[in-house]
Design a protein around this ligand. Structure first.
Ligand code: DP6
Length: 357
């Protein structure tokens, strides 16, 4: 039997997706809050640009690392007594904008499960959202897992990744631990745009140091930023056309455990993404003076022989990657740096999982 799946982030657009027979488990609905944990991730080969906004399919593939230290835990309870979805974020009622984004996402799951019940959703990040660290990846991955289970759906990793993608593109990668590749897919319906694990966390135990700069800027979010780049940046076509080469180079660096190559490809993809963003109109500048200062600091360290490189997402924080044996010396040096407010150190993290199951 084929299930009818609703695929849209913000509007009701139906399309058919081949899924195995899905079960509706009435026992779970309205009785137990199902909780799931998903870890955040950072892309080494970046996702920037969408092929289809309604389906939230990426214009380019991406490769990421899962972060053990940063995660979201989300509980979902479908409750027949609720009139509309309720959302608590870090213990406080969410804004209407946040609630309706989650509600649209839950509509996809309700459609699939054949349910009209509203849900209570409680989501907690173990990291400060105010520090400007991305939380949509871990948030939508945890929500996809908890809400689908709470609705009685048993989805495969691939199906969960497609579902999470509709909440946020980077969330498709947060279902899996270690090194993960997101495929941009070719199909118009987005059924082949999903992430899969490349290598588990212990394959190459790197560490990530997040340098939180004192200046947390108000920024254009990724969703709006990448659309602006698609519409206005003269570099957009070149970005999309060169993405497959970056992915191939990254796969090779990982297969060979070649740190130098890993550093080169990661910094190339990161700087290319930011050049694309800066060349949008109006230009998107996610860096602060501290970001630029730290970027040079990391490069100098590498020139002096330390295996280390940086990556930067849609904000001013620098993420620094190195083998574990170099991490504490780097953190010590960063702690005294005037541009750094504090650091978070993370090993590579595991798959998303249902808690208490
Ligand atoms: C710079 O996944 O947040 O972090 O799909 O619109 O929710 P939406 O975008 P999002 O974009 C992440 C952009 C990035 C690079 C990356 O993680 O690959």
């Amino acid at each position: 039997m084929r299930a009818c799946f609703l695929i849209s982030r913000y509007s009701f657009i139906y399309f058919f997706i081949s899924l195995p027979m899905l079960q509706i488990n009435d026992v779970n609905m309205g009785i137990t809050m199902i909780k799931a944990r998903a870890h955040s991730n950072i892309a080494l080969v970046k996702y920037w640009g969408k092929k289809n906004i309604a389906l939230n399919t990426p214009a380019v593939g991406s490769i990421s690392l899962c972060l053990e230290a940063l995660y979201t835990e989300t509980g979902v309870l479908f409750d027949p007594l609720l009139e509309k979805d309720e959302l608590l974020l870090n213990g406080r009622p969410a804004t209407e904008k946040e609630r309706s984004r989650v509600s649209s996402f839950l509509d996809i799951i309700r459609r699939e499960a054949g349910s009209r019940q509203a849900a209570r959703v409680e989501s907690v990040n173990n990291f400060p959202t105010a520090a400007g660290l991305a939380s949509s990846a871990s948030a939508f991955a945890a929500l996809a897992l908890a809400a689908s289970r709470a609705a009685g759906l048993e989805l495969s990793g691939q199906e969960l990744s497609i579902l999470a993608r509709m909440g946020s593109g980077s969330a498709a990668r947060s279902l899996f631990g270690g090194f993960v590749e997101m495929h941009r897919g070719r199909r118009e319906d987005g059924r082949d745009a999903w992430a899969e694990p490349l290598y588990p966390a212990d394959y190459w135990p790197l560490q990530v140091i997040i340098a939180i700069t004192s200046e947390v800027q108000k920024k254009t979010g990724s969703t709006d930023g990448m659309e602006l780049s698609r519409r206005t940046s003269p570099y957009y076509r070149a970005w999309v056309d060169s993405s497959e080469d970056d992915l191939a180079a990254m796969r090779a660096a990982l297969a060979e455990k070649d740190f130098q190559k890993l550093a080169e490809v990661s910094e190339f993809s990161c700087l290319k993404m930011h050049a694309l963003a800066m060349a949008s109109n109006p230009g998107l500048i996610y860096w602060s003076a501290a970001t630029l200062e730290l970027l040079h600091w990391v490069r100098t360290l590498r020139e002096q022989g330390t295996p280390v490189f940086f990556t930067i997402d849609a904000g001013p924080q620098l993420k620094i990657i190195c083998p574990p044996s170099y991490s504490s010396a780097i953190v010590d040096q960063l702690s005294g740096h005037p541009a750094v407010e504090r650091t978070i150190v993370s090993a590579l993290g595991p798959d998303a999982r249902v808690l208490g199951a």
